[in-house]
Design a protein around this ligand. Structure first.
Ligand code: BJW
Ligand code: ZN
Length: 258
């Protein structure tokens, strides 16, 4: 039986968690946190991988075979994301960071909406759609082009093909970022796991590492995930509603205990 606590959609936590109970706080987010902003998730109903094959668009082999097609996909995504704004879920995380000093936000999202919301200490562990890198010399450049018809960008240093600076299937994650994520997970008091299906490695091992090291795990997601059974608490609903409700409750508990 899962050892999780289900709480009501009102977001009122029966746990009595206060601010002091949370630090160090690590937050892990996935595509679900941006769903209410209008950014499509990858899996499930309306997910990108329902209508596009990941093998054709998000692997190094796909890019080698057809860079134009992969660029078309990312141009479409950049154009779509540029029209989206942070939702109350993103904004609540930015507010939490002001109060909780030992705070790290690890996001699998490449959309940049956590930055727009005002979060500071962010680890974009799957890269950023707003950055490109040279396939040959590794030059990295900010790329804010949102025209869907833009042509394939070439490197200003060596003239070779640029690619989106994101992590595709079969690629290693940036080792420095990964180390920081593992270390933070191992020393977390609490980890919030928000809007991720927890199907993609190695990021899906972070909650396990935190749990083994004694952290409290809280999942916010309308659907259960493979990690739900190890959660200490589950807020079953959209993060744009559940997270602000839960955060208000934590602040109330803290005020009352002072
Ligand atoms: C809400 C909500 C609301 C909805 N509020 N919630 C066989 C071959 C090759 C590789 C592998 C293999 N078997 C295993 C692997 C490893 C592979 C992997 O894990 N594959 C699994 C899918 C099986 N991993 C990798 O390849 C990684 N690298 C690696 O492991 O290196 C070592 C290695 C190398 C070679 C071989 C083996 C090992 C790299 C993974 C890179 C993932 N890249 C992507 C694309 C990024 C760029 C881009 O965006 O274009 O990252 S794929 C996609 O999945 C994206 C996401 O960051 C990632 C995770 O998805 P996420 O965020 O969880 O989203 P969803 O859609 O899955 O879930 C959304 C959730 O939100 C759902 O739960 C909803 O319920 C919820 N939700 N509305 C809150 N309102
Ligand atoms: Zn170059």
């Amino acid at each position: 039986m899962p050892q999780s606590t289900r709480i009501s959609p009102s977001g009122i936590s029966p746990s009595g968690i206060s601010l002091a109970d949370l630090e160090p706080l690590v937050v892990l987010t996935g595509a679900g946190i941006s769903a209410e902003s209008g950014v499509p998730t990858f899996r499930g109903e309306g997910g990108i991988w329902q209508s596009h094959r990941a093998e054709d668009l998000a692997t190094p082999f796909a890019f080698e075979r057809n860079p134009e097609l992969v660029w078309e996909f990312y141009n479409w995504r950049r154009n779509l994301i540029a029209q989206c704004s942070p939702n109350p879920g993103h904004l609540t995380l930015a507010q939490m960071e002001i109060v909780i000093k030992d705070f790290l936000l690890i996001t699998q999202n490449v959309d940049g909406l956590h930055h727009v919301a005002g979060s500071i200490n962010i680890l974009e562990i799957h890269g950023s759609i707003w950055q490109i890198k040279c396939t040959i010399c590794g030059e990295i450049r900010i790329y804010r082009q949102t025209d869907e018809a833009s042509t394939v960008p070439m490197c200003q240093v060596c003239g070779e093909l640029m690619r989106p600076d994101v992590v595709w299937f079969g690629e290693m994650l940036d080792q420095e970022k990964l180390n920081q994520a593992f270390e933070s997970a191992a020393r977390a008091n609490t980890m919030l796991v928000i809007g991720t299906s927890a199907l993609v490695q190695p990021v899906n091992t972070l909650p396990l590492i935190a749990k083994e090291a004694g952290a409290r795990l809280i999942e916010i997601n309308p659907s259960p995930t493979p990690l739900s059974p190890i959660m200490d608490m589950r807020l079953s609903g959209p993060s744009g509603e559940m997270l602000p409700g839960w955060w208000d409750e934590v602040k109330k508990v803290s005020l009352n205990s002072n």
